[in-house]
Design a protein around this ligand. Structure first.
Ligand code: FAD
Length: 539
């Protein structure tokens, strides 16, 4: 075991501990050389100092629920889930200070009695950490109205790559630590480059790929650059988050459409009318869901369903706002529109969004639902083209897939079901990955709307961003972390990185240590990502 001076947390390098951190929610597997579980922020400082002195790469990690392979790696995994203190809530300023390991659901449970919430609502709310959310610029159904995580982060308590610790706060001057000083030395050139060609995809509404150079250049706030940096620029040991009052009332509707174009037109209108959430379920999703009991009836011939929610200051206001969206759905050619005003009927409508998962879970165990083209977002006018392109790419590889997503933000999730018994399954996965990456690029979209690049997408960023912008990202990385201590290989590919790498479902991979294998199976089956992994090894 490495001797880390001053470190008081847990350090392990036995096979079970390393293997139980070798996988996260995405498709890849990377076995770390050791696992460190800091007891507090001072422990993180001690660990990073040691890593800098010994040139040891570190892989920060919250719950390991991320899809893109940012929380796995060959270095020392740093499990930050024990840093989970929730500070006093500042009701007047609507702010709270939290440890990075606080799970979003736990935070919102604490805030609800005070009438407040952290408004960004990933479906992983019950197990993802706020540190992981800030690191990926996570988003959710409500992002169409409230944005992603970035604007809700007021300050970040950071440990930089040499172990120096400083708070980066919106509106304050940047801290005087070597990493930031090095960054400020190139900031002028970055701004000039940004003014020539900004690091953003025009019209795309959600972005979690690359570094947030564009929002930083607009605001001048380093927080905007650090959010979404996937543990590659700093480790967050504390966050100050902005909060929002819980709205008194909501109302929802479900609308069925005979064409993707009609559904997209309705989704755009719903967003413009102020929908607080606006989701799309494609025919591929409805076909799977129809194999089980549907919570609501869907007319035959439906190509896509739009689910929309509005929030209001009163039930009457919510109902009125919903009526405007219902009219827009009718105008777009909906074949059915169902309203839901009370909590129970709203719950029934939204249950449709989860209706495919239990059916997918019961399919042939050799069919693996693999997340590798799961996060594309395009300019809204290109959404129908994108969905159709993904359907065609799946068909060409003879892979069944389920398509759904955040229609209001033109952001689409795809779960391809890959039969790992087929001798050429990996070739098909690689071809699908390449084809959908090219499709996203051709439509001016991003490969990562909310899940980040991780190690999965880092090797394809040049295709989507172009060489000039990726070089800009690499300059940022070098300024903050010249020795490559913090999550090397995530976001910025390393020379020789293999596309996709080891896929955890590959039956030919060497077996993991049995207790770790069992723990990982439990985590995946029960979505127990926030369970402490070392405890799971003890049964
Ligand atoms: C079923 C399911 C549904 C999901 N739904 C959504 C969704 O709706 N929206 C969405 O955005 N995502 C979703 N996700 C993905 C995932 O939950 C998010 O990416 C989440 O933000 C990751 O949080 P985590 O604590 O698991 O982070 P991890 O997976 O542990 O880490 C994610 C990244 O952040 C870095 N990191 C973690 N903590 C820190 C820290 N303190 N300091 C610096 N870097 C750090 C890691 O190095 C890694 O690069 C879903 C995942 C699953 C399994």
């Amino acid at each position: 075991m490495p001797n880390v001076p001053g470190f008081r947390g847990i350090l392990r390098d036995d096979a079970a501990a390393r293997d139980v951190y070798a996988e996260a929610a995405g498709i890849q597997r990377r076995v770390p050389r050791a696992v460190a579980v800091p007891a507090d922020a001072a422990d993180v400082v001690a660990l990073v100092r040691w890593a800098a002195e010994t040139s040891t790469p570190l892989v920060p990690r919250g719950s390991g629920s991320s899809m893109a392979g940012g929380a796995i790696g060959e270095g020392v995994v740093v499990d930050l889930s024990r840093l989970r203190a929730i500070g006093d809530v500042d009701l007047a300023a609507r702010r709270v200070r939290v440890g990075p390991g606080v799970v979003l659901g736990a935070l919102n449970a604490e805030l609800a009695p005070r009438g407040l919430r952290f408004p960004v609502d990933p479906s992983s709310w019950s197990f993802c950490t706020v540190g992981g959310m800030a690191s990926t610029n996570a988003a959710g159904a409500r992002t169409v109205r409230v944005g992603a995580t970035r604007p809700w982060v007021a300050a970040l308590d950071c440990v930089f790559a040499d172990g120096s610790r400083a708070t980066v706060r919106r509106g304050d001057p940047p801290p005087d630590v070597p990493a930031v000083v090095r960054f400020l030395a190139i900031a002028g050139e970055l701004r000039v480059a940004e003014s020539r060609r900004a690091a953003r995809h025009d019209g795309v509404r959600k972005e979690s790929s690359g570094y947030g150079i564009a929002p930083w250049a607009r605001s001048g706030d380093l927080v905007d650059l650090l959010v979404g940096s996937e543990g590659t620029l700093a480790i967050f040991v504390g966050l100050e988050l902005a909060l929002q009052p819980i709205p008194p009332a909501t109302a929802s509707l479900l609308a069925a459409f005979p064409s993707l174009e009609a559904a997209v037109a309705a989704a755009t209108a719903a967003r413009e009318a102020g929908a607080s959430a606006c989701e799309l379920l494609d025919r591929t999703f409805l076909d799977v869901a129809a194999a089980g009991p549907l919570p609501v009836e869907i007319p035959a011939g439906t190509e896509a369903v739009v689910l929309a929610e509005v929030e209001g200051e009163s039930a009457a206001a919510a109902t009125e706002a919903l009526a405007a969206i219902a009219r827009a759905c009718d105008d777009a050619g909906a074949t059915a529109v169902r309203h839901a005003d009370d909590a129970e009927s709203q719950h029934r409508l939204w249950a449709l969004r989860h209706a495919a998962s239990p059916i997918l879970a019961k399919l042939d165990p050799a069919l693996k639902s693999m997340q590798f083209i799961e996060d594309g977002a395009v300019p809204p006018p290109r959404l129908a083209e994108y969905v159709r392109g993904v359907r065609a790419a799946l068909a060409r590889q003879a892979i069944r897939g389920v398509i759904f997503g955040h229609a209001g933000d033109a952001h689409v999730h795809v779960n391809p079901l890959v039969d790992v018994r087929l001798p050429d399954w990996r070739a098909r996965v690689e071809a699908l990955f390449a084809e959908v990456t090219a499709l996203v690029a051709s439509l001016g979209g991003t490969v990562a709307g909310e899940h980040g690049d991780g190690r999965l997408r880092a090797p394809v960023l040049r295709e989507v961003w172009g060489a000039e912008i990726v070089d800009r990202f690499a300059r940022v990385k070098r300024a903050f972390d010249p020795e490559g201590i913090l999550n090397p290989g995530a976001k910025i590919a390393l020379a020789g990185d293999e596309r996709l790498g080891a896929i955890k479902y590959d039956p030919t991979l060497p077996p993991l240590e049995p207790t770790a294998r069992a723990a990982l199976a439990t985590i995946e089956r029960d979505r127990a990502y926030s369970s402490f992994r070392l405890d799971l090894l003890n049964g």
